[in-house]
Design a protein around this ligand. Structure first.
Ligand code: FES
Length: 100
């Protein structure tokens, strides 16, 4: 796993875009859990950083409003689209992501 950001940089219900090993990744603090996903929507590549987090586990794309599960990446409306999700771990003050 690789370092992505400090926990203090992603406060509760906030988001932060980071670049890790050349990939633009969106960190999301939803209900105190840190999720990491691609910052690019799989539908038409809108930046997910502008999305809204709902129910503590879904993020909606700012362009067409599709909803993606932050744990699985599954799209509620159109199963053919999947948002890339990266496993995360918090170690002390550090957020680590698994790029796979
Ligand atoms: S670009 Fe994200 S739902 Fe269309």
């Amino acid at each position: 796993m690789v370092f992505a950001a400090k926990v203090s940089e992603v406060p509760l219900w906030e988001k932060k875009v980071v670049t890790v090993e050349g990939r633009e990744i969106l960190l999301v603090n939803a209900k105190g859990t840190i999720y990491a996903c691609d910052n690019e929507c799989p539908h038409q590549w809108a930046p997910m950083a502008g999305g809204l987090v709902k129910d503590g586990e879904r993020i909606s794309c700012p362009r067409h409003g599709y909803h993606f599960n932050l744990k699985t990446g599954a799209c509620t409306e159109y199963p053919e689209y999947t948002l890339k999700i990266y496993p995360t771990k918090v170690e002390g003050e550090d957020i680590l992501v698994e790029l796979g």
